[in-house]
Design a protein around this ligand. Structure first.
Ligand SMILES: [Zn+2]
Length: 331
């Protein structure tokens, strides 16, 4: 190599070294999932209602679309949109929500308030095969907004199987909105589904030796998780998140959990409702009634997120945490 070639090589290496941080950090503005403004970036502008959907959409979108997440500290049961949220919606092309009685009413209201009549609100859960939907455990006598309708459990994202189905629906919507980048959406969706399959295997493996798989869930949210991971949800602590069980409901739970042939010793709590005392109250009752080793386990239904934590792999990380915690407590 003569000095001219060396010089060229130095220039080339220098250019690459300079380009790497630009490639990694250059698009930071476009990838901050929670900022309330749209970056100057080509491709579809996509809003999702809450964090798991962000992960599903952003993994399919890659650099071909921009994805923004709405809900952070308050999840779909409690969320009230702000003016900034409605402003974000006013410039969006697609709004992915779960539907199934969970978040679509607020989405439609926001769409109305934004004046963005071109916005396509996609209720992902409604596009699932009806055979893939599970009944929830609690039936409500009356429906308020934010409650589940038709007795269907809307928490489809808590199974990697269903997550993969949602990813395919997102893929098809993005392909339709942006056909020029169809191949990219295809390949990224396939790559992400490989990760979701790995997540499924991880959980099945972690839980495979558990003999006693019975639990009480905190709110009625685990039908899909239960199906995939073969745990058995025997009861639900709170009818609606944030509403503590009354004396009659508590009595019923104690009866279920002290069943002689099939006692329940693992009771789920949720980080979103850490001030709830009903899980611990139930645990103490079970101790008093002779159930062996009753324990609380924190299970995060992934309805809220700390904004700074929301990355493309957040869903997988949080699901693994849930599985690990459950594996620690089940016997
Ligand atoms: Zn929920």
């Amino acid at each position: 190599m003569n000095s001219g070639q060396l010089w060229l090589k130095a220039v080339f290496v220098g250019a690459v070294v300079t380009a790497i941080p630009l490639l990694i950090f250059g698009c930071k503005g476009t990838t901050d999932p929670n900022s309330a403004t749209w970056p100057d970036h080509p491709g579809p502008k996509v809003v999702v209602s809450f964090a798991p959907l962000y992960c599903f959409a952003v993994n399919v979108a890659g650099d071909d679309a921009v994805v923004k997440n709405l809900m952070t500290s308050k999840g779909p049961h409690d969320f009230d949109p702000t003016e900034a949220d409605v402003k974000l919606i006013s410039k969006a092309d697609i709004f992915f929500v779960v539907g199934l009685g969970l978040d679509e009413k607020k989405a439609e209201k926001m769409k109305g308030g934004s004046g963005n009549s071109k916005l396509k609100v996609v209720e992902l859960g409604e596009k699932l095969d009806k055979d893939c939907l599970c009944e929830g455990r609690c039936t409500h006598d009356e429906h308020h907004e934010g409650e589940h309708e038709h007795g269907i459990d809307p928490h489809v994202w808590l199974s990697p199987d269903h997550a993969a189905m949602l990813v395919n629906i997102i893929r098809d919507e993005l392909k339709a909105a942006d056909p020029a980048h169809a191949a990219g959406y295809e390949s990224r969706a396939a790559a992400y589904i490989t990760k979701l399959n790995a997540l499924k295997t991880y959980g099945l493996d972690k839980l495979k030796d558990k003999q006693d798989r019975r639990i009480v869930s905190f709110h009625d949210s685990l039908a899909y998780f239960e199906k995939t991971y073969k745990v058995k949800v025997k009861g639900v602590l709170t009818k609606n998140p944030g509403q503590e069980p009354d004396a009659k409901e508590m009595k019923e739970l104690i009866k279920i959990c002290t069943n002689k042939d099939a006692p329940v010793r693992v009771i789920a709590t949720e980080p979103q409702y850490s001030t709830s005392t009903s899980g611990e109250a139930l645990r103490k009752e079970l101790v008093a009634k002779g159930v062996k080793d009753p324990e609380l386990v924190e299970f995060d239904p992934l309805e809220t997120v700390r904004p700074e934590d929301l990355t493309a792999d957040w869903y997988e990380k949080k699901m693994r945490e849930n599985i690990d915690k459950l594996a620690e407590k089940l016997k």
